[in-house]
Each structure stands twice: as structure tokens, then as C-alpha cells.
Unconditional design. Structure first.
Length: 265
């Protein structure tokens, strides 16, 4: 898998943002005990599309999460979330999928390149980008990956994650039947899903999401149903959302539960 470093973005203390071009990792200091770095990288998909991504590094040997955005968005969906997860001890790769556009002033360059080359860019096509990122992360970090999806990419995370041996678990924000050519595929994927999976949605989506969740082994699934209105997708974690704390608490309980317990001597 061809892989190269490109522009490095980082934030300085006191909230000042700056872009740096350098050959080495640039460390970010927000709090005395919270060090992490943020770098922009690129990976080649199976059909040679350049998949751009932001790498939020916390520490060596930390659990690795792949963060995938919703329709019409970019890796910018996880600008705030990636930083927070890194401070909590997780290494994260937020990728630009070929089906998307922009959010939080971050343009989806993967989507632009795909269109420039007249390649297909459906929700299903975006699975190629996710698979390439999973393969890269598993090879680089010698561990299985936790895939986080938002809206259509949550459904993709389930579809790809079910059979991909490099996927450890899935966190799905607002999964649904978004694939017009294969109606019901997500419900079918849920049947026999044999990996830990955390699912959430907005309050308005609980009924439709439950139609998917009820097909999963109860021992494998954690379904967080917000008591507040909530929002669609991983935006539920953004500080601007009124009940983001509740989503964070449930997600972190799930992630902590995935960590291997030290063996008793």
C-alpha cells in the first residue's frame, strides 16, 4: 500500500491555529498532560484513488480507530472528535471518502479527485476507500481496527466490518438502508454480525434503527437511545450539540470495554 505524508496541520496552545509544512511530526500541546499530533496523510485505494486523511496520534500501541464521515461531508466531520479521542488515548485516522463534499471548512479532496477522473462515487464505491484505510492501519500498527461510521458510512462500516478480519469492532452513528440498489442489505448484514458493535442515532431515528439492531445478537450490540432529541450521524459528539456528553459517555464505555484486561498473575 503506497502511503505518503503531506501537509501537516496542528494547533498551538491558547487556541491559535496554524498550518505547518515540515518533515517531522509536529506535537500539539493543549494541556500540560495532553500531548498529541495531527498530520495529513494519503493512501491509495484499490483503484488508485488518492484517499486523503488526518492522523490524530495519541501514543504508540494505543487502540486505532478509523473515522468515516456522512454523505456530503469530509474528514472535517471529525476535526473536533479526532482531537478529543486522541486526548483520551486513541489513535485515529479520519478519512475523506469519495462520496462527500466538505464540512468545517475542510474540502473532500478524495471526492474531487474521483469526479475529476470520472470514476464512480456511490456510497458502495466508498467501501473501497474504507477497506484501503483498514488494510493500511492494520499493517502499520499490527492490530485490528475499530471502525466508526456516520450515516451511510455507518452502514458501510457494518457491511465491511462483518467479514473483514482486520476489523475488531464497529461504532455506527445513524446506520440505515441508504443503498437503493440493494434494499434491506443492512438488516441482512446485521444477522450473524459476530463482532462488538455500538449503535446510536437521533431520537427520531430510534424506531428505524431498531429494525436493524434487533437482528444483531444482543450479546454483541450496545444500542444507545438518546433521551434528548439528538442529531443524525457523528455530529452528536460535537460540543455544539446539547446532549453530546451523553453520547460521549456511552461511546467511551463501549470503547473501554474493548480494551484487553491485564491477565492476573
Amino acid at each position: 500500500m503506497k502511503y505518503f505524508w503531506t501537509k501537516i496541520k496542528t494547533a498551538a496552545a491558547l487556541g491559535r491555529w496554524q498550518s505547518l509544512y515540515c518533515k517531522t511530526t509536529c506535537l500539539l500541546l493543549l494541556l500540560p498532560a495532553a500531548l498529541f499530533s495531527q498530520e495529513e496523510i494519503a493512501i491509495l485505494s484499490a483503484d488508485s484513488v488518492i484517499v486523503t486523511a488526518d492522523w490524530y496520534f495519541s501514543k504508540t500501541d494505543a487502540p486505532v480507530l478509523l473515522l468515516c464521515h456522512q454523505a456530503g461531508y469530509s474528514k472535517g466531520e471529525y476535526l473536533q472528535t479526532g482531537q478529543q479521542l486522541a486526548k483520551l488515548g486513541y489513535n485515529c485516522l479520519a478519512i475523506n471518502l469519495r462520496s462527500g463534499d466538505s464540512v468545517n471548512y475542510m474540502v473532500n479532496t478524495t471526492a474531487r479527485e474521483t469526479r475529476r477522473r470520472n470514476l464512480t462515487w456511490s456510497y458502495v464505491d466508498a467501501q473501497k476507500d474504507m477497506i484501503a484505510a483498514i488494510e493500511f492501519l492494520a499493517k502499520e500498527h499490527k492490530q485490528k481496527i475499530i471502525v466508526v461510521g456516520s450515516s451511510y458510512s455507518a452502514s458501510n462500516a457494518m457491511i465491511v466490518g462483518k467479514t473483514n478480519e482486520n476489523v475488531k469492532a464497529v461504532a455506527a452513528f445513524s446506520p440505515g438502508e441508504y443503498f437503493k440498489k440493494t434494499p434491506g442489505i443492512v438488516k441482512e448484514t446485521a444477522k450473524g454480525f459476530n463482532k462488538p458493535i455500538w449503535v446510536t442515532c437521533s431520537q427520531d431515528e430510534i424506531a428505524s434503527t431498531d429494525e436493524i439492531v434487533k437482528n444483531i445478537d444482543p450479546k454483541k450490540v450496545s444500542f444507545f437511545k438518546p433521551k434528548c432529541k439528538g442529531v443524525h450521524g457523528s455530529k452528536a459528539l460535537w460540543d455544539a450539540e446539547p446532549c453530546h456528553d451523553a453520547y460521549w459517555k456511552s461511546l467511551m464505555t463501549f470503547l473501554k470495554g474493548l480494551e484487553e484486561k491485564p491477565k492476573k498473575k
